[in-house]
Design a protein around this ligand. Sequence first.
Ligand SMILES: [Fe+2]
Length: 229
Amino acid sequence: MVEWVRLTVINDNKPNSPLLNDWGWSVLVETDQWTLLYDADTEPRIMENNIDVLGINLGKVDAAFLSHYHRDHYGGFEYIGKVRSGLIVYVPETDKVLTKWGLTPVTVNSPREILKDAVTTGTMRGMGINEHSLVVKLSNYGSVVIVGCSHPGIDNIVRKVHEMFGNIYLVIGGFHEPSRRQLDIVAEYSRYVCPAHCSGDEARNYVKSNYSNKYCNVKTGISIKLPAL
Ligand SMILES: [Fe+2]
């Protein structure tokens, strides 16, 4: 199990000047064991700028993860390919673009460990999209779940992770404008709920007002160190 996790939001839809931002999602996931880049936003220039301003050393990244093949998650990999040629990127279906940018996509179909105590849910399908999510097993606290856009349904993803590993500590990422019922399920299973990216203000406000002790406010540039919010 990993002892700690630090999530640094390289870009989210929510701005945080002077960092650049647009509609997209990218998170650096650091632990005591390894460092992983989760998704890479839309724009190479935004990735380059924010990585620089946040002082992130891409040389330390052990692997990357692409939740699904939508541009607001893979566009910035064009920049990553230039500075980290050959980097392995775990993807949910046959590659469409990363190979041509000099990266090494590895397709995962079923759940598997990709780094020590980091597991992909395996490809789940929803709204016609193949997408996978990342689970980091945090010692004594349960799973930290990082999602891209939740096309398979954030409730289905959370249920699957709970079936696989039990307690969930935190869920962060795009929830794709979920229903209140879906948010209730996420809140039922997880200690902390962090709607970001495509979740929508309605979802954020719902969690904030109904589950204030679980809510965390995500925007471009923030860092969340776990355990201990
Ligand atoms: Fe998205």
